[in-house]
Write a protein that binds this ligand. Structure first.
Ligand SMILES: CCCCCCCCCCCCCC(=O)CSCCNC(=O)CCNC(=O)[C@H](O)C(C)(C)COP(=O)(O)OP(=O)(O)OC[C@H]1O[C@@H](n2cnc3c(N)ncnc32)[C@H](O)[C@@H]1OP(=O)(O)O
Ligand SMILES: CCOC(=O)c1cnc2ccc(OC)cc2c1SCCC#N
Length: 389
């Protein structure tokens, strides 16, 4: 595959694979800010740049609708992600965010939003180096404007705006293979509403299995098993930050969360993110933590259902409760909240519970990438401590 755009970028190149002489770390040095292009890249004539203020209800609705109708679909076009407006505001307004990194493209004639790409600042540790990065996400070109090389221009423009803030690295994921993944992860799915998943055609009745037998197979208790299992509250931020920083230190790549980050990313927000912890009934210590985010999908071409309610495993830490038991409690509360499916990647220590908790492997893969940062060799998913939205 000729990657004519990506071969021009400071990313690991396929031709370099196996060249162990290349050092790990930044590929290109920072440019003096005076040398960063001060003006936006040129778009094709009919289009213009716009900065999307998600605090504006109208603009947030435009972004929501563009993504709802044109964002990522699975290979069988059964689902399309349907990020909610409150989720987009959460994902794009972390501590220290830049409005200028929420980039849209409008048609000059009718001012319709036809493309979008975003960045948010993050501190990412790679081995023992904490690197300021941009997390790039929500790259979307309207279906009618595909294959016109708009994506490279969008990527160069967000790169330029990130450079203007003196940040030279980025992290991103994609379902497609590009130069060059730092790791490749597998999605796993745990049915919570097996009847719906079979009705939409995602799951099939097992051989010699009836529907009632299948429902029974995935049945969960009505309430969590762990004593002291409760929702996270603001007062828990310091303890959860300590727990999480300690836990994430074991991974090669992981976010460097401080208390401000934990308050934003992990405090429960209805229909966006749920987080629970175990407070020891004896000592009142916070010993364990689990979280998942809410990302519905439109169900394409089904008469009965239009929305799939999916929970996505986020960050989970155990120091006392077995991870198997904690994650089963997460499944229990997700079922209580009427999710249809609980999804997880095989990152961190997730592999240790997936099969036993009746997750099935998905057919999609998720590739992780760093921009302008070379990894000497690819990581195993279990060495990755980073979940992007
Ligand atoms: C220091 C700061 C640095 C910040 C920037 C860091 C880098 C951030 C990178 C972005 C991270 C985003 C992460 C993220 O958002 C999460 S991945 C989700 C991406 N979005 C979707 O899949 C939505 C549906 N698809 C579309 O909207 C279009 O197909 C898109 C816009 C994807 C491509 O539009 P198109 O009309 O189909 O295609 P052309 O315009 O003709 O362009 C073709 C070129 O684009 C390359 N391409 C295709 N898909 C890509 C993808 N997902 N990442 C990167 N590159 C991708 C492709 O390889 C080719 O280049 P090549 O010829 O070299 O192979
Ligand atoms: C029932 C299991 O599949 C999904 O939950 C799902 C839902 N919506 C999607 C939209 C776009 C899409 O494009 C790759 C995939 C899905 C998937 S499978 C991969 C995500 C996970 N887990």
């Amino acid at each position: 595959k000729k990657h004519t755009f990506w071969e021009t970028q400071p990313v690991g190149q396929f031709k370099d694979l196996g060249d162990v002489s290349l050092p790990e770390g930044p590929i290109e040095p920072p440019t003096p800010l005076s040398e960063v292009k001060q003006v936006p890249y040129n778009l094709p004539t009919p289009y213009e740049w716009t900065t999307c203020d998600l605090d504006s209800e109208d603009t947030c609705t435009e972004v929501y609708n563009l993504l709802k109708n044109n964002y990522v679909e699975d290979d069988e076009n059964m689902f399309r992600f349907n990020y909610s407006k409150e989720f987009l505001r959460w994902a794009l307004h972390p501590p220290g965010y830049y409005k200028s990194w929420h980039i849209g493209v409008r048609a000059k004639t009718n001012k319709k939003l036809v493309a979008f790409i975003t960045g948010v600042p993050a501190r990412i540790r790679v081995r023992d180096a904490v690197v300021k990065m941009a997390e790039i996400n929500f790259l979307c070109v309207h279906k009618k404007l595909r294959s016109k090389r708009l994506a490279p221009v969008m990527i160069k423009e967000v790169t330029r705006r990130v450079h203007l803030e003196n940040i030279w690295q980025a992290a991103y994921t994609a379902g497609v293979v590009l130069p060059t993944p730092i790791t490749t992860c597998q999605y796993w799915h745990r049915s919570l509403n097996p009847k719906k998943l079979i009705d939409v055609g995602f799951s099939r009745l097992g051989a010699r299995m009836t529907m009632s037998r299948t429902i029974k197979l995935y049945k969960l208790p009505d309430s969590p098993a762990t004593p002291g299992f409760r929702k996270m509250e603001l007062r828990d931020v310091p303890a959860v930050t300590r727990l999480l920083r300690n836990y994430l230190s074991q991974f090669v790549v992981a976010p460097d969360f401080d208390e401000n980050d934990v308050e934003h990313w992990l405090l429960p927000e209805e229909n966006v993110v749920d987080s629970y912890l175990v407070e020891s009934p004896e000592t009142h210590d916070i010993t364990d933590f689990c979280s998942f985010y809410t990302l519905p999908s439109s169900i394409l071409g089904n008469q009965t259902y239009s929305i799939l309610k999916a929970a996505y495993s986020y960050y989970n830490v155990t120091t006392k409760t077995p991870l198997l038991q904690l994650m089963n409690d997460a499944l229990i509360v997700a079922k209580q909240k009427d999710f249809d499916v609980f999804n997880a990647l095989d990152v961190m220590q997730n592999e240790s519970f997936l099969k036993e908790l009746k997750f099935g492997p998905g057919d999609g893969q998720l590739h992780y990438y760093l921009y302008n940062y070379r990894m000497r060799n690819a990581l195993k998913p279990s060495e990755l401590g980073l979940v992007l939205l």
